[in-house]
Design a protein around this ligand. Structure first.
Ligand SMILES: Nc1ncnc2c1ncn2[C@@H]1O[C@H](COP(=O)(O)OP(=O)(O)OP(=O)(O)O)[C@@H](O)[C@H]1O
Ligand SMILES: [Mg+2]
Length: 263
């Protein structure tokens, strides 16, 4: 059963507003009439070149960006029709992991407080059980509990990404948009993070939209792949179909552009 259903989703941005205050010249259809589904427990890989609209689509599905038109159903709820209260509850179930694990972690906060923040906002739990939950989350992402008392800048990129993942997991979400989570990391560190995401998916029954410009990274994690080009999904299929029998010329060029790497 689909956890996420997207129908004819479109996001239009005005293009190049005049520096003299005139009207915008034209528009960018960053996401243009996209429909897709993501089944509970699966990973849909979203691949495409820079500027093709991947991040915009991911943010639209989470309603972090407001759609120009279209429909989103999440876990049986029409997100556009959801009340403020309903949306607040649904938000717990949908989280995002970013490319830049440093920019997305508040440098002034200790790791404990970064991971606990969603718990403080959404749950009334005692300081003791909060500490216990943070320790569990740190262990779940392969870090020592003692990391909690340190600051983000004391960690490497890979470890910072683990902290970002722990924070995204804090509310036990059902769905995670991972927007280029390993693109800023060295290949070997990125591979460890990809393996961690796969392990967490099994452990917590997560559903992922995994965004990347790299076909080898996407094919490792994804059960299905959607190929995005200029705001459109040009091809969707199982990972085997897309990588072995690509139909669209753009998919073929993406496959040729990316050398095999072993993850
Ligand atoms: N807030 C915004 N205002 C105006 N235009 C935007 C905005 N966000 C994105 N765009 C435009 O929408 C298009 C899609 O951008 P988006 O960031 O979704 O692409 P992407 O596939 O994630 O690229 P990348 O691989 O570089 O992250 C681009 O042309 C971009 O310039
Ligand atoms: Mg992007």
């Amino acid at each position: 059963m689909p956890l996420v259903e997207v129908h004819n989703l479109t996001k239009v941005y005005p293009l190049g507003e005049s520096i003299f205050g005139g009207a915008a010249h034209g528009e960018v259809r960053a996401v243009d009439d996209v429909s897709l589904t993501i089944d509970a427990g699966e990973t849909l890989g979203l691949v495409g070149e820079s500027g093709s609209g991947k991040s915009t689509l991911g943010r639209l599905i989470l309603l972090l960006t407001e759609p120009s038109s279209g429909k989103i159903r999440f876990d049986g709820h029409d997100l556009m029709a959801a009340s403020h209260r309903e949306m607040r509850r649904l938000r717990r179930d949908m989280q995002i992991i970013f490319q830049d694990p440093f920019g997305s972690l508040d440098p002034r906060l200790r790791v404990d407080d970064i991971i606990a923040e969603p718990l403080i906002i959404h749950e009334r739990i005692s300081a003791n059980s909060r500490r216990e939950r943070v320790a569990q989350l740190l262990r779940a992402v392969g870090m020592d509990e003692s990391a909690g008392s340190r600051f983000p800048h004391e960690f490497s990129g890979g470890q910072r990404q683990r902290i970002g993942i722990a924070r995204a997991l804090a509310l036990r979400p059902k769905f995670i948009v991972a927007d280029e989570p390993v693109s800023a990391l060295d290949v070997s560190v990125g591979a460890q993070i990809v393996n961690l995401l796969a392990q967490l998916q099994r452990e917590f029954q997560l559903t992922y939209l995994f965004i990347s410009h790299s076909m080898p990274v996407v094919r490792y994690l994804a059960s299905r792949i959607a190929v995005m080009y200029h705001g459109h999904i040009v091809e969707t299929g199982s990972t085997a179909q897309i990588t072995e029998q690509p139909q669209h010329p753009y998919t073929r060029s993406l496959l040729e552009a990316t050398p095999e790497i072993v993850v």
